[in-house]
Design a binder for this molecule. Structure first.
Ligand SMILES: Cc1cc2nc3c(=O)[nH]c(=O)nc-3n(C[C@H](O)[C@H](O)[C@H](O)COP(=O)(O)OP(=O)(O)OC[C@H]3O[C@@H](n4cnc5c(N)ncnc54)[C@H](O)[C@@H]3O)c2cc1C
Length: 419
């Protein structure tokens, strides 16, 4: 076997990262097959914010035009958050000032997925294929599915999300914990909010209402006509991983509007108006890959996206890190010298550059939540909060991924995998 085009690659999971990876590899001339547990490609009805680094990775993968065509805003724009107290009076806390080049995009998840699905050849997708385990071998490994079928591949890419089945073939422990945080989500039209007496302008820039152990994000979509709302509450009395949601119990449950309003009882009028507009609110038990993984690869198996580093969503950076994984992995697998005999070293090089960065972002996301939800706590001043918020996105948005790829290729030359 002499070239990456001879590799047989299986992607487990057809979410945002799995599909982006399939498109990237196929465009590089590498054949792949996607195995998705669900009967069709599907995303939840909520928005997702893409930061500048996510947009750069999608652009480098050649999929940003398709994504942009499905977005409701004409182009990415700078999206500087405004931080406001969630308490009565809604004291202004902080405005992020960001450069004109730091553009982001809010897009409906289903629209994003549709954009990628259009780029994928239906003949390479297999639905109702739930991976249950992988039999490893030093050359080809075999994926086992719940319907009893199997599939052999030179490289297996685990893109099967936070509850990854592939992860069990890469690390020993389950590395999955309930974060003691819950999120209530909803999409509401800006007009409905106005009619309900919501006074803050959330159509032009994202708003973060902060408070003690809770915060509420409102970010604009569809050029400000729709507001994506995510209200977070976290129990910090209990260590992470201490409580487990029983197996079989859904992580997403419907809640009554009253339960949601009760959770934020005592908060200011704009927060109550915002939450009161969510029709049929649902409560998400937020989990994370925890403790962070000590490796994203084992032999010829690699993890990308949430299967590797699902994180608290407090910097809106989770899927962006997944797209960075995808870009680095696609570029390394499509290096002309990659082949079946050195692919394990190539995956190791992927791990060496991706894991430190994505695990750093994962940790930064937890810390960001601690800052937002420190507001109002004794001893935590607004000045301290401003200081800790300033530049919080810099290491995430301003990272040179091309340098990482070059470093990985150089390491493969140095260890003799590439000449
Ligand atoms: C409340 C909330 C808000 C968020 N907001 C943002 C944001 O604004 N910006 C951002 O960047 N990130 C955000 N995130 C994180 C983002 O949603 C995830 O990082 C992203 O969805 C991960 O994509 P993925 O493709 O890795 O996994 P997933 O989207 O989970 O896709 C996994 C796919 O694998 C399939 N699958 C699962 N198990 C198997 C199996 N055993 N066999 C085969 N297939 C399987 C699933 O059906 C699914 O299609 C947020 C997360 C939450 C919870």
């Amino acid at each position: 076997m002499t070239s990456p085009r001879d590799l047989k690659i299986a992607i487990i999971g057809g979410g945002m990262c799995g599909l982006a990876c399939a498109v990237g590899l196929v465009r590089a001339g590498i054949p792949v097959e996607i195995f998705e547990a669900a009967p069709k490609f599907e995303e939840v009805g909520a928005g997702v914010g893409l930061g500048p680094n996510a947009i750069r990775a999608l652009t480098a993968l050649g999929v940003m035009d398709a994504v942009q065509a499905r977005a409701d805003q004409p182009k990415p724009t700078p999206r500087p958050y405004r931080v406001i107290s969630g308490m009565p009076g809604h004291e202004h806390v902080y405005d992020f000032s960001i450069s004109d080049e730091d553009c982001g995009l809010g897009i409906h998840r289903a629209a994003f997925l549709d954009a990628l699905v259009e780029l994928v050849d239906p003949n390479i997708t297999h639905f109702n294929k739930r991976c249950t385990s992988i039999s490893k071998s030093s050359t080809r490994s075999t994926v086992h599915f719940s319907d009893g079928s199997t599939h052999e591949a030179d490289v297996i890419i685990g893109a099967d999300g936070i509850r990854s089945a592939v992860r069990g073939s890469v690390v020993d422990d389950k590395h999955l914990a309930f974060t003691n945080a819950v999120a209530y989500r909803g999409l509401v039209s800006a007009q409905t909010l106005k009619d309900a007496g919501f006074k803050t302008n959330a159509s032009e820039r994202p708003i973060n209402f902060v408070g003690n152990d809770k915060h509420v994000i409102a970010f604009p979509m569809r050029s400000g006509q729709t507001i994506n709302i995510v209200a977070f509450a976290r129990n910090r009395q209990i260590p992470m991983g201490f409580i487990e949601i029983p197996p079989g119990q859904s992580w997403v449950t419907p809640v009554s509007k009253q339960d949601l309003l009760d959770e934020f009882s005592g908060w200011g009028s704009d927060v109550m108006a915002l939450l009161g507009c969510i029709q049929k609110p649902s409560k998400w038990s937020l989990h994370a890959v925890y403790p962070p993984l000590e490796t994203y690869v084992s032999g010829n198996i690699a993890l990308i996206g949430d299967s590797a580093h699902a994180m608290l969503p407090h910097l809106g950076a989770g899927v962006g890190e997944g797209f960075e994984d995808v870009l680095v992995l696609c570029r390394l697998l499509s290096e002309p010298q990659t082949n079946a005999s050195n692919v394990a070293s190539v995956l190791q090089a992927y791990d060496n550059v991706r894991r430190p960065r994505a695990n750093m972002v994962q940790q930064a996301s937890t810390i960001a939540g601690d800052i937002y939800e420190g507001y109002g706590k004794p001893g935590f001043t607004v000045e301290e909060m401003r200081e800790r918020l300033s530049g919080i996105w810099d290491p995430i948005w301003h990272h040179d991924l091309e340098a990482d790829i070059a470093k990985a290729v150089q390491s493969l030359k140095e260890n003799g995998s590439f000449v």
